[in-house]
Design a protein around this ligand. Structure first.
Ligand SMILES: [Fe+2]
Length: 244
């Protein structure tokens, strides 16, 4: 499997707090059946002031330590970008590390506020699309507005957005509403990726295998493989080089 969303780089957001914790999470990921992992720290103005310049050195440090620790999991870097006006400036200045490419478009991993779909979301997607950028929306099933009105994701999908569910939501670890909403999206074939969004080795571990078991029951092994391996591979080939 390939994990395209997690907070394993230590000390630059609310994920791993130390190198030891980061390495423990990588070990767990490897044991969970994850062969490739894209580190995606938060870029959240006012909270986590990250950009290409802060993420890359921290990532290179982790990659080196992981190799020295004998881990075989392959690593790449991107970011989870919070919806904000600043995104437009950062994109223009090339400060956003992209999550990959999809059908000729560059893609960025986008986080919406948890309560609602932000005002201006559709316009932002149009603005990005014109610049040949599509978004991967992180965990739409955990957005309160979409939990109540899942159909409100459709105008976003029509504007080229791809959806990424959190593995824990599929496995029921984020409550019944997140699970039901996740299922609503999966049943309508609106989802492209499932990823861990791991933050901690114990409280929020990189538990993709658990989600894969549920997905197998929901939609069968072929579609499960598509969501956890094939689509993530297609998206991130430009980050890792060759295919899985
Ligand atoms: Fe995240």
């Amino acid at each position: 499997m390939i994990d395209i969303h997690n907070h394993i780089i230590p000390g630059i957001d609310d994920g791993a707090v130390s190198l030891e914790q980061a390495l423990a999470m990588l070990e767990l990921a490897q044991a969970d059946g994850i062969q490739k992992l894209v580190c995606t720290p938060h870029m959240h103005p006012g909270r986590f002031e990250n950009n290409e310049g802060t993420i890359r050195p921290a990532f290179i440090g982790l990659q080196k330590q992981a190799a020295e620790a004998g881990l075989t999991i392959q690593l790449a870097m991107a970011a989870e970008v919070r919806f904000s006006d600043e995104m437009m400036f950062q994109l223009r200045k090339d400060e956003i590390p992209m999550i990959g490419q999809w059908e000729g478009f560059r893609c960025l991993l986008l986080e919406m506020p948890h309560q609602r779909i932000p005002v201006g979301m559709e316009q932002m997607l149009d603005w990005l699309y014109k610049r040949e950028v599509r978004v991967v929306i992180a965990h739409p099933e955990r957005n309160k507005e979409l939990m109540s009105y899942p159909e409100r994701v459709l105008p976003l999908v029509e504007r080229g957005a791809l959806l990424q569910l959190t593995a824990g939501s599929v496995a029921g670890l984020f409550g019944e509403r997140a699970e039901t909403t996740a299922r609503w999206f999966v049943d309508r074939e609106l989802v492209h990726f499932v990823a861990s969004d791991a933050h901690h080795p114990v409280r929020r571990p990189p538990a993709m295998a658990l989600a894969a078991r549920t997905l197998n029951q929901w939609v069968g092994s072929e579609q499960c493989t598509q969501l956890t391996s094939e689509n993530p591979d297609k998206l991130t080939q430009c980050l890792f080089g060759d295919a899985l």
